[in-house]
Design a protein around this ligand. Structure first.
Ligand SMILES: [Zn+2]
Length: 308
């Protein structure tokens, strides 16, 4: 997500994680994380906490009353949606893989819990072999560096979409991009720059490894990728292609306020939801209510979410 419409002023006044709203952090503290088998992988959905997103970002083109109705299924407090940060950990015989790594406490006070979530399942940061990024927004990648400036996941290979790399790492980025994206640009350049020697650039259709393939879902950011995981009817790691299991599925044609390229994001969203629904493929949404795993079901020209 981006906060280009709101600046980073929220950093100081976001609610603390102990605000009483049930979230992934509390779910994972209560016991083992939600886990399931997908193809060759044992999947555990970890949490990085949540980020607070103004409700209007989910429906910027609606009047206040209509927006309140649209957001009625979401966790909203003081007008802000608590958007969860669900991070799937994949374990196979050879690999320990994360899809996105959260913000490391560097974006909002309520994020940065991944390391704690990993400890709870007895996985060390040094044991992560592969990290797969959907895109380079801070809530997905700002945990790259630990507080001492070293790599938090020192032994991982990092998979990044080549279009995503080209967008953020463009030497002319700060002349081309709107001012509102400059903070994120500085963060992305810091984090992607730090892992440059460990990066594998990938394109849609490429395999990260056998059973995990990149899907083109540009729009939220220019190089945003989702990933399909084989096994059964399949699993799609949707990233921020659909930021709410309610609004994005029930109103896939609505603009999302943080999309860099909103019209292209809508096309990607509709295409991905169409495919997942048609194939009866499970989806995992980064910002959906923990654990963010379920199916889309056709409902007229839109979809409804069925938790798995
Ligand atoms: Zn996000």
């Amino acid at each position: 997500m981006s906060d280009r419409d709101n600046g980073t002023a929220k950093l100081g006044n976001s609610p603390k994680p102990d605000d009483g709203i049930s979230d992934g952090r509390q779910a994972s503290e209560k016991g083992a994380p939600v886990s399931f088998t997908q193809g060759d992988f044992e999947v555990s959905v970890l949490t990085d906490g949540y980020i607070s997103v103004p409700g209007e970002i989910f429906a910027p083109d609606l009047e206040v009353e209509a927006r309140q109705t649209a957001l009625s299924h979401m966790k909203v407090q003081n007008g802000e949606v608590h958007a969860q940060a669900n991070i799937p950990l994949f374990r196979s015989r050879r690999d320990v893989i994360l899809f996105d790594i959260g913000a490391g406490g560097g974006y909002q006070p309520s994020d940065g819990l991944l390391q704690q979530s990993l400890s709870a399942v007895e996985v060390s940061t040094a044991s992560i072999t592969k990290i797969v990024f959907t895109h380079a927004h801070p809530d997905h990648i700002a945990a790259t560096l630990a507080a001492d400036g070293t790599l938090r996941f020192p032994n991982a290979t990092y998979f990044v979409g080549s279009a995503e790399w080209d967008f953020w790492m463009d030497p002319d980025f700060f002349n081309k991009a709107p001012l509102a994206l400059h903070d994120f640009g500085r963060g992305a350049q810091r984090d992607l720059g730090a892992i440059e020697e460990r990066i594998v650039l990938i394109k849609p259709g490429d395999d990260v490894m056998t059973g995990i393939r990149a899907i083109a879902t540009p729009g939220h950011t220019p190089g945003h990728l989702s990933f399909e995981v084989s096994g059964g009817e399949g699993l799609i790691i949707a990233g921020d292609t659909a930021t709410s299991e309610f609004v994005s599925l029930e109103h896939p044609g609505w603009r999302f306020g943080y999309d860099v390229l909103p019209e292209i994001a809508i096309e990607s969203r509709q295409r991905l939801l169409d495919r997942a629904t048609h194939d009866r493929c499970k989806m995992l949404g980064f910002h959906w209510n923990y654990p963010g795993v379920g199916f889309g079901q056709r409902a007229g020209t839109a979809y409804r979410f069925i938790p798995s």
